[in-house]
Design a protein around this ligand. Structure first.
Ligand code: SF4
Length: 200
């Protein structure tokens, strides 16, 4: 590897602890190798904080600068998919972020941001530091009258829940579909959810 992706990585500019795209692209080869028996231990490492895959901001620049078409971002995404599919990895904020996003949208059609913050950042009231970090923001919003005191489920909740369920338990897939659906729902044909879930 020439290291062009590493030297140009935007995430590394602001987070020197991020291991970088070149190492993660190579790491995926190890994770995908069926002869490798330590895949879970590797995934656990790449799942830690923002040192591993969650440090990538998905700016796409590593793919652009790679002269050999390695597409490091694609390999990082595949590791994320492996992490989200693994059942025995310890919980982490990025994993909770995706799970809670999907579950809350299934419940209410869109996000109840109060619950989202409490469950993702506050880890269901278990993370005191996380709770304190969102507490001051909540207070400021309250003072300025911007804190949502109630939550109204969307009229389209049932419609949205059904395609999410069709994507089964593939979290990354459901997350992708959800974003796609939310961005394009005005102009999508009815069968879009089936077609999309079948492809990714
Ligand atoms: S997509 Fe991720 S790994 Fe690639 S340059 Fe951007 S931040 Fe770095």
């Amino acid at each position: 590897m020439c290291g062009a992706c590493y030297s140009e990585c935007n995430a590394r500019e602001v987070n020197p602890d991020f291991v970088g795209p070149h190492a993660l692209a190579k790491a995926y080869r190890m994770v995908a190798d069926s002869r490798n028996t330590g895949a879970e231990t590797r995934l656990e490492k790449y799942n830690q904080g923002t040192n591993g895959v969650w440090g990538c901001t998905r700016c796409f620049y590593c793919n652009t600068v790679c002269p050999m078409g390695v597409a490091p971002l694609e390999q990082i995404t595949k590791i994320k998919q492996e992490i989200l599919a693994a059942e025995n990895l310890p919980d982490s904020r990025p994993i909770r972020h995706r799970k809670v996003l999907v579950e809350l949208v299934k419940q209410g059609g869109w996000l109840d941001e109060r619950l989202f913050a409490l469950q993702v950042v506050g880890d269901y009231f278990r993370d005191l530091q996380g709770l304190l970090s969102i507490g001051s923001l909540g207070l400021r919003m309250l003072v300025k009258g911007k804190f949502p005191l109630s939550f109204e489920p969307s009229d389209g909740t049932t419609e949205l829940r059904s395609p999410l369920n069709r994507c089964n338990n593939k979290l990354e897939t459901r997350g992708k579909f959800l974003l796609f659906y939310l961005q394009h729902q005005e102009c999508l044909p009815d069968r879009t959810s089936t077609m999309f879930c079948g492809r990714v």
